[in-house]
Ligand binder design. Structure first.
Ligand code: TYD
Length: 384
């Protein structure tokens, strides 16, 4: 682990600490037993020059991403979302025989939805195996400038490069941009999806802050980063996924489009971190008070990384929430880091009068699976 003292996007050193979640375990490091886990500081810093928000401390990527338990395919909604993204952009940018590369291809869900020449790149060996088994050629490794050079030599340039919820995981974004610059065909497009930090703040989504998410983006810092590499933003769309995300299309060239300029101007207003910190505190208090009234008669639904953060930040142990369920097979039989709730298959939801949805970004899909449940279903998002 090391402290990052310069801004990942503009490289300035004018950073201010804006939020401190204390010592937290790695949110996706589900435990095999109720062992003691390592904890690392979790703080947010804001760049006073370009408005970037990033973690103060960086945990080594190989500690977090080489055995990953989140499967894109475990949510039909997300699988449909990525299939639509791939198909729309492949139609627009990829000619006959052109190549599509996905950075952070996970279990191959998104790439499996298109028929063009395709290549996944993902550091998690367990996920690349799943992808290859479903017929998606996948390189197990981190996308870097040198890997991009190799892929360009072996496969040629790509007309479409996709990176969804990936940039936030990468410390050296300059290296990624250099890789994209090499691999991307002159007429191609690099499509990225990232959650927007302003929505994290306005919707009090503090549980999306964890060690794997090194960066919390907005258009202004990304525009600064891309221009340094001769890349320009040519389109911005907003998406509902992950509590509100940006989808940016980036192409070779200089000068962002007028839509990006409007976004950048809109982001110049200072953020109200003090109000955010107060909302986090009161959300925590309301959730804990509610759990106390339920006296242990609650099952948590979903064991996303954000459940680890929320339960640890709120200090919710097994006395208040005895167990959780999650449909991901390799999370079942494990325990939530830090607070140690056992994770079961949703099929075995035991006698309970209350379900607390922890994976709030999948609330609709989860509620549809619980139509026969006669108790009360509450989402953590109801606590503010
Ligand atoms: P997600 O919120 O997408 O990821 P993150 O870890 O980045 O916060 O994770 C959602 C979790 O919810 C994942 O472990 C699968 C689980 N889940 C269910 O158990 N049942 C469901 O119906 C859905 C949609 C998700």
């Amino acid at each position: 682990m090391f402290m990052r003292t310069d801004c990942r996007c503009c490289r300035g050193t004018n950073l201010t600490e804006v939020f401190d979640l204390g010592q937290q375990p790695l949110a996706n490091a589900f435990l095999r037993s109720e062992q003691l886990e390592l904890k690392y500081p979790l703080t947010l810093k804001e760049c006073n020059d370009c408005g970037m928000v990033q973690l103060g401390h960086v945990v080594d990527a190989s500690t977090m991403f080489t055995d990953y338990s989140f499967l894109t395919g475990s949510s039909q909604y997300m699988a449909d979302h990525f299939a639509k993204l791939m198909n729309e952009n492949a139609k627009r940018y990829v000619p006959e025989g052109g190549l599509v590369v996905e950075i952070g291809s996970n279990d191959g869900t998104a790439l499996s939805s298109i028929q063009t020449r395709r290549l996944g790149i993902d550091p998690a060996a367990n996920l690349s195996d799943i992808a290859r088994k479903r017929g998606v050629p996948t390189i197990t490794g981190f996308f870097t400038e040198s890997l991009a050079n190799e892929v360009t030599k072996t496969h040629g340039q790509a007309h479409l490069i996709v990176a969804c919820n990936v940039l936030g995981h990468i410390d050296d974004l300059d290296n990624i941009c250099r890789g994209v610059k090499t691999l991307l065909h002159p007429n191609g497009a690099f499509v990225v999806e990232v959650p927007h930090v302003n929505w994290l703040i306005s919707k009090t989504e503090y549980d999306t802050i964890y060690h794997e998410h090194l960066s919390y983006f907005a258009v202004r810092p990304l525009a600064t980063l891309f221009s340094r590499h001769g890349l320009r933003i040519t389109q911005i769309e907003t998406q509902e996924v992950h509590g509100g995300s940006l989808r940016l299309t980036i192409q070779h060239g200089m000068g962002h489009n007028s839509q990006a300029i409007t976004w950048i101007e809109g982001e110049l207003k200072p953020r109200d971190w003090s109000a955010f910190r107060q909302r986090c505190e009161s959300s925590k208090q309301r959730l804990v008070d509610w759990l106390v009234t339920k006296d242990g008669d609650v099952v948590g639904y979903g064991a996303p990384a954000k459940a680890t953060v929320r339960l640890n930040y709120c200090g919710i142990g097994t006395n208040l929430l005895p167990s959780v369920v999650d449909s991901t097979p390799n999370k079942q039989g494990h325990f939530i880091p830090g607070t140690h709730q056992p994770i079961y298959d949703p099929k075995v939801i035991s006698d309970t009068n209350n379900i607390l949805i922890l994976a709030w970004n999948h609330e609709k899909e989860i509620r549809s699976k619980l139509i026969n449940f006669t108790g009360q279903i509450t989402s953590v998002s109801e606590f503010g």
